[in-house]
Design a protein around this ligand. Sequence first.
Ligand code: NAD
Length: 280
Amino acid sequence: MGSSHIGMVVVGLGRAGRARVRDLAASAHFRLAGVVSRRPEHATVSWADALADPAVGAVAICTENALHERQAREALAAGKHVLVEYPLCLSSSAGLALFALADRAGRRLHVEHIELLGSGYRELRAEVRRLGALREASLRSRGPSEGWIGDPSRAGFPSFSGIARLHRLVDLFGPLEVREAALEGGATGFTLRARLCDARGAPIEWVEERRPGLARGASIRFALENGVITAVPARKGEPLFAIDLERFGEEVGGRRESAEDRARELHCLELAAEIERRCG
Ligand code: NAD
């Protein structure tokens, strides 16, 4: 590992955080400089000491959703580059403020969206381009609601906790508009139904369902001018978190522009906020 590797502290040692620690061992850009954890047996540094340490150049925020905004703000204010697992934050105004802070600080703010990085997804995107204009689309996602993910005060409103689905839809079909949205459910899970449309008015349905014990899964149906797509090509075992980490490294090193990612991020946050507003 070269001395040019930037020290990175990982905050939150759950599934995403453990993937970050694993991938740092082979990173071309970063080295693990510490772990911030609520469990003393895993913590090697406190959050305050990590932010104060000039040897720490970057942080990876892998905690539950409601903590991302504050931790990203504090890290940027301390002069660190920030990689944050999605969602960046739980309102569109907070997203704008965080990117503005990153610009003022001269630091990179990168939001993980591994759902866009897999080869199966890239094949799907190429097929969507090949088959012409959208006629109508449906994307349904389901999964369990145990733990913090089932608690909106920790996970955020479902349009934010499920914002990865909006990123796929915007990446595939361009800027979208919200037409209608409704949320059913309560303490034992929820179903969010949103009706969106693309710039030409083609309807897009997004359904997000979470219940205790519900098996994780997703289904799509995209009807395009020249064909219908009903599945994302399956791929297993791709190192998506590692690919994301190296993209962040290229951004920090000035070798990758991220203006497009930022525009999509802010647009998806606006869509998520509008969906929440319409469910209110
Ligand atoms: P998780 O529950 O497995 O991990 C969250 C971890 O954060 C826990 O270990 C918890 O103890 C820790 N934590 C909470 N508050 C903390 C604090 N103040 N300081 C230090 N640690 C704290 O959840 P996860 O699946 O790893 O998800 C974490 C984030 O990553 C979420 O925002 C999620 O949306 C995102 N994400 C996860 C995946 C995945 O495949 N798991 C994929 C994409 C994005």
